[in-house]
Design a protein around this ligand. Sequence first.
Ligand SMILES: Nc1nc2c(c(=O)[nH]1)N[C@@H](CN(C=O)c1ccc(C(=O)N[C@@H](CCC(=O)O)C(=O)O)cc1)CN2
Ligand SMILES: [Mg+2]
Length: 297
Amino acid sequence: MSATIIDGKAFSAKIRGRVAEEVAALKRDHGLVPGLAVVLVGADPASEVYVRSKGRKTVEAGMESFEHRLPAETTEADLLALVEKLNTDPAVHGILVQLPLPKHMNADAVINAIDPAKDVDGFHISNVGLLGTGQKAMVPCTPLGCLMMLRDHLGDMSGKEAVVIGRSNIVGKPMAHLLLGESCTVSIAHSRTKDIEEVVRRADIVIAAVGRPGMVKGAWIKPGATVIDVGINRIDAGDGKTRLVGDVDFDEAREVAGAITPVPGGVGPMTIACLLANTVTAACRANGLPEPEGLTV
Ligand SMILES: Nc1nc2c(c(=O)[nH]1)N[C@@H](CN(C=O)c1ccc(C(=O)N[C@@H](CCC(=O)O)C(=O)O)cc1)CN2
Ligand SMILES: [Mg+2]
């Protein structure tokens, strides 16, 4: 059996199209233009690429993009002052501080300084608490993208066994809460999990988010399972070049799984589409307008 490939690139383009329609309607009916501010501190090459892509896709969807690029030596106080300015700017509905931040900064303090209503990354402690208690939150973009793909592919997930491999605040933990919200039976596996292969082999849904290239082997996968690979690992391709691989051994797993996301072209593009979706949701909430359907949970 060879798995269905879940095409995140095509699906993310569909979501971005939906976002653009909603933005056009907000402009037409309410004179409202959603605005997203992205803050990049320093010059990490991967972050540069992501921030550029976020700005371009924000504009393509008809929204306003505000890019703030600060030098790596920026003090935390100066970054907090910028966040405070964006918090009170009525043209800004979403604020995102690109991670990782330089080592001298306390990322938690910076994230928790963002107005939770504008926290389109869903990383603020208030949004974490809302999601964890099943209340309306801003949902982190990568797990939201994974959930959208799962809903699209599987429909009802009630009663299914789901395993999240990885316990990060950005992906693993929020993903587990989202799957609980779908009435899955959820396990979180991590570096200290005993018999991890056995835990994964029970799962109808596998979310791999550990940051270890090819760690999840084909033999770990239950036949027919749906596999979502969040890993984005750049490895040596042997010819002086590098290539991107996920946390799942794709060639092995595709022979066993029922469906699988590729890397690249799976979860990654959904992250940015969900960021745009969250910005529209934030703009609607800030203006007391109904939230567009299908853009959040
Ligand atoms: N504030 C945030 N920082 C970071 C986040 C985040 O959600 N919020 N996530 C990652 C980086 N990221 C977005 O910021 C991101 C990563 C990867 C992709 C993507 O589309 N990947 C492509 C491959 C791209 C390539 O060739 O390098 C894919 O998987 O197909 C989008 C966004 C950390 N920081
Ligand atoms: Mg992400």
